[in-house]
Design a protein around this ligand. Structure first.
Ligand code: APR
Length: 401
């Protein structure tokens, strides 16, 4: 089957779906293709923290009703070390900016239903396998569905590559046209989802000689936890009993404070940071994880993906309203400062939280630096205000062209 559209969007994650909704609302024809089934993407648990500006963007487009009704609002987080605890009240320190906690898969579900309710075209189980003619006037996106289904060809004005780190879009750019900046971190995170109510209503970051432990909020009955582990560790090395005892020890909690429950997900994360520059080539624009990967420290990934979507949507709208191609030319340059600021913050936070690998010559020195950062965060209003501003994210939104 061959179809024509204005914007072909590869990937139905937060970036691709937000872009599709905004374009649809503006009457700009678009088509979304997604490798996985609808059931799969609506059940895939990943991030869950939405910044103030992200919620504002979604709300401006009528896409935040459910998250505002069901998501929890948070304005402080807690740090723990050697039995000492303190909170940073980032809502108070930033004039009222706060987080909404709402699991990514719920947002994906909301964005899919809004887009389909508006008559949007979305092909699930249609992996993009080739993007041709990106440097011409009418690129063609080719999808090869599983089984006997007919291949799909989408002829379009522009391709939005929102297909994550392992997607086809970035791979379609000729060698040498994009530059990748990459950092592989020297520790892993065991990422867990447990059917356990959170132990309190704050995100908790615990520094411990065994390694970092994180207590993240998702829903009243589901909690995400992270445990620092060595690079290359395997989930099989972490039976449930070992997990709960590590969580209790590192977080300084008893069984009564944090009740063990069924662990429904257990992965060792590849702790990698990655940015590609520029985020565009010819008529292809990369957004979200297709262009950059950030560690979960600081909860920035989904917010960056949605900020890219907003930036790209704003510029596509300007283009179709007659502003010319210069609106699109500036896409990458407009996104990258925000992305690097988030990368810098996430990197700083990783080094605040992680126990330096034992045996490293400089581990005792690095640990002293960590403690100094923690003390400043507790005692210095200027330091904690700066932390809060980065943590909860800026309030800057793209301007119309
Ligand atoms: N063709 C079509 N779809 C594809 C292809 C392909 N070749 N390859 C990947 N996809 C789909 C994936 O199945 C996924 O649904 O693209 C989508 C990309 O979505 P995400 O990975 O969620 O990426 P993004 O929208 O950029 O959102 C980033 O996701 O990884 C988390 O923590 C990260 O919160 C951040 C957010």
């Amino acid at each position: 089957m061959r179809l024509g559209t204005r914007v072909a969007i590869v990937g139905a994650g937060p970036a691709g779906l937000a872009l599709a909704n905004v374009l649809q609302q503006a009457g700009i024809d678009c088509v979304v293709v997604e490798r996985q089934s609808r059931a799969y993407v609506e059940a895939r648990a990943r991030a869950g923290v939405l910044e103030h500006r992200t919620v504002e963007f979604l709300n401006d487009h009528g896409l935040a009703d459910r998250l505002l009704a069901e998501g929890a609002r948070h304005g402080s987080c807690e740090f723990r070390h050697l039995g000492e605890r303190f909170s940073v009240r980032y809502r108070d320190l930033t004039g009222g900016r706060e987080h909404h906690v709402y699991p990514q898969q719920f947002l994906v579900r909301d964005l899919i239903s809004a887009y389909l309710a508006g008559g949007g075209q979305l092909f699930f189980s249609h992996p993009a396998v080739a993007l041709d003619g990106l440097d011409g006037d009418r690129p063609v996106l080719r999808c090869q569905p599983d089984g006997d289904a007919e291949p799909l060809e989408l002829e379009c004005d522009f391709v939005a590559g929102c297909d994550g780190f392992y997607g086809a879009s970035r791979q379609a750019v000729p060698a040498g046209r994009l530059r990748a900046y990459e950092k592989q971190h020297e520790f892993g995170w065991l990422a867990l989802l447990a059917e356990t109510p959170p132990a309190g209503d704050e995100i908790i970051y615990a520094l411990h000689e065994d390694g970092f432990a994180g207590h993240m909020l998702r829903t009243p009955s589901v909690t995400r936890f992270y445990l620092q582990c060595p690079v290359g560790d395997h989930p099989e090395n972490w039976p449930d009993q070992r997990i709960w005892s590590a969580l209790h020890r590192r977080l300084g909690m008893t069984d009564a404070e944090l009740a063990p429950g069924p662990i429904t997900e257990k992965n060792v994360l590849d702790m990698r940071s990655f940015v590609v520059e520029p985020m565009q080539y010819g008529r292809l624009f990369l957004a979200g994880d297709a262009a950059h990967i950030i560690t979960p420290a600081g909860g920035k990934g989904m917010n960056l993906a949605l900020a890219d979507a907003e930036e790209l949507a704003t510029r596509l709208l300007a283009h179709y309203r007659g502003a010319g191609t210069h609106a699109l030319d500036g896409y990458s340059a407009a996104c990258l400062p925000r992305i690097w600021q988030a990368q810098e913050f996430s990197h700083w936070m990783l080094h605040l939280l992680h126990s330096p690998a034992a045996g490293q010559d400089d581990s005792a020195f690095l640990h002293r630096l960590q403690l100094s950062r923690l003390t400043q965060l507790r005692d210095s209003p200027a330091y904690s205000t700066m932390f809060s501003d980065s943590y909860v994210g800026s309030s800057g939104r793209p301007t119309a062209h």
